[in-house]
Design a protein around this ligand. Structure first.
Ligand code: 6PG
Length: 224
């Protein structure tokens, strides 16, 4: 369950690698899980340009905020604006988390929808605190063994997240993390003992590939 760490010369190059991996998966078809945050937007825009036909792919979400889909905090909105609206041929299916429902109802519906689904590609980010998807440090959600999606209470807005078992059966897990403010979390995620203080350290493809796409700044504290 090693991680293939790739350090690009710049953030733009790391984003390009992420876009190429998404475009390639869209061409092959399959289940692609996407994340929110500010990092992936340029990668989504480029992926749409590289591969405007996503008709063989189904799009999923690694996590979502419990807000309506047109809310500016919605990951669905981010993905729609930066990727889906720019495609010539849309995905065969868009499986969004129903953020307009209560967190528990949204998580239950998403968990049911995920039954039997293996992500071919899961694109994840890392927060400066080491969170990934909406798996936060030392949160009880990290202990979930059975469900595929869970509601997560947060001080700002509740979330729904894919769980570690759901993410870890992915054929390919790709982390995209750029910028110096991620350097500490990146080191804890990829060069330290895994543990619940750094959820990103617990997410690894069990039988496939895990790739970390970094720039020099986010990789700056990795041991040589
Ligand atoms: C989200 C995420 C989250 C994100 C990290 C990094 O919806 O916010 O899926 O896990 O990937 O918080 O976010 P940034 O790219 O904004 O640093």
């Amino acid at each position: 369950m090693d991680v293939e760490v790739r350090v690009a010369g710049s953030a733009a190059e790391a984003e390009k690698e992420a876009a190429e991996l998404m475009a390639r998966q869209a061409e092959l078809g399959g289940h692609i899980a996407l994340s929110g945050g500010s990092t992936p937007r340029p990668a989504y825009e480029l992926a749409a340009r590289l591969r405007p036909d996503w008709s063989r792919a189904e799009v999923w979400f690694a996590d979502e905020r419990c807000v309506p889909p047109d809310d500016e905090r919605s990951n669905y909105r981010l993905v729609r604006e930066s990727l889906l609206d720019r495609l010539d041929r849309p995905p065969a299916a868009e499986h969004r988390v129903r953020g307009e429902l209560s967190p528990e109802d949204a998580a239950e519906a998403y968990d049911a929808e995920l039954q039997g689904v293996v992500f071919d590609l899961a694109l994840l980010g890392i927060g400066p605190d080491g969170h990934t998807a909406s798996l936060f440090p030392n949160d009880p959600a990290l202990d979930e063994l059975r469900r595929r999606a869970l509601a997560v209470d947060r001080p700002d807005v509740a979330r729904v997240t894919a769980t570690i078992p759901q993410l870890n059966v992915s054929r390919t897990v790709v982390f995209l993390a750029v910028g110096g403010e991620k350097a500490d979390a990146v080191t804890r995620a990829f060069a330290a003992e895994p543990g619940p203080a750094t959820p990103a350290s617990l997410v690894r493809s069990e039988s496939g590939t895990t790739i970390a796409l970094l720039d020099r700044a986010s990789a700056g504290r990795l041991p040589n």
